[in-house]
Design a protein around this ligand. Structure first.
Ligand SMILES: NC(=O)c1ccc[n+]([C@@H]2O[C@H](COP(=O)([O-])OP(=O)(O)OC[C@H]3O[C@@H](n4cnc5c(N)ncnc54)[C@H](OP(=O)(O)O)[C@@H]3O)[C@@H](O)[C@H]2O)c1
Length: 261
């Protein structure tokens, strides 16, 4: 299948590692130019080099998506560097594992900025470019927590639903401009982010294999996902072939989500 992605211009946020990096790699393999960001400059540069080795130009800047000014500037610079923006993949680090009683107001505000407002700022900035060219793909990396709450992930379970509501509403507004807006909802994927959760549970006394077994036994496909599993869906959603698919939230979870729809 020709995905029609050659020479498309894609921004992937939080892309030096994990799911964001895998999305950037997959888009690069289809011939997309890229703009990527993350906070740690060394890791970002390593990712930039790895992506450039796939034969595409990569614009990379160290940016914390919680810093709206820096984020907007990065998005504007990406547009200038690439001569436009066709694809936006929003992403950020995930909120910590907490029960409601362990939360506090400061953290609620912080994770609201990271999880929701970074998506708002990003879309606000790139939308005029996409509207002008009457073509655009917006894909938000959320979590399976938007379909079914994950135990002790109260910030994720709450704040990510705002992204889903935003995406569905926006898909109606921007459909006439040939812009699609979708969310991907990953289940467990093997990344540094997931390893941090494993480490926490090991510190609380669990064995590594027991932590993984507690997840895989609930997953019909009986394995943890690889970042490339999610990246394949993101790449399809970014493609010409997905031009009639908008306003959707699609899980990639090995069948973990128990609902029928
Ligand atoms: N992996 C899973 O199983 C899974 C499942 C469901 C949902 N998710 C969600 O998917 C997202 C990505 O997860 P992941 O597993 O890929 O995480 P990861 O392995 O920790 O990678 C996160 C990436 O985002 C960057 N980043 C983190 N915070 C940032 C910020 N404030 N500004 C800019 N860049 C930032 C990191 O680089 P720096 O640290 O250098 O900034 C890194 O490149 C998270 O929101 C996570 O909760 C993951």
């Amino acid at each position: 299948m020709d995905l029609g992605l050659k020479n498309k211009r894609a921004i992937v946020l939080a892309a030096s590692k994990g799911l964001g990096k895998a999305a950037a790699e997959s888009l690069a393999k289809e011939g997309c130019q890229l703009a990527i960001c993350a906070r740690n400059e060394d890791q970002l540069n390593q990712a930039k080099q790895a992506l450039e080795a796939l034969g595409v130009p990569v614009f990379a800047r160290p940016v914390d998506v919680a810093n709206s000014e820096a984020l907007i500037q990065f998005l504007q610079q990406s547009n200038e560097q690439m001569g436009g923006v066709d694809i936006l993949v929003t992403n950020a680090g995930g909120p910590p594992v907490k029960s409601f009683e362990e939360t506090n107001e400061e953290e609620w505000h912080y994770w609201y900025e990271v999880t929701f407002m970074s998506v708002v700022h990003s879309i606000k900035t790139v939308l005029p470019y996409m509207k002008e060219q009457k073509w655009g793909r917006i894909i938000n990396i959320t979590s399976i927590s938007v379909k079914a709450p994950v135990e002790r992930l109260i910030y994720s379970n709450s704040l990510r639903l705002a992204v889903v509501g935003l995406a569905k509403t926006l898909s109606i507004e921007v459909g006439p401009f040939n812009i699609t807006v979708n969310n991907v909802a990953p289940g467990y994927h093997l990344t540094d982010g997931l390893e941090r959760i494993v480490k926490k549970r090991m510190e609380a006394g669990e064995q590594r294999e027991d932590v993984f077994a507690s997840w895989t036994q609930k997953i019909p496909l009986r394995r943890i996902g690889q970042p490339a599993d999610l990246a394949s869906l993101i790449t399809f959603l970014a493609s010409e072939q997905a031009s009639y698919l908008t306003g959707a939230t699609i899980q990639v979870d090995g069948g973990l989500y128990p609902g029928t729809l």
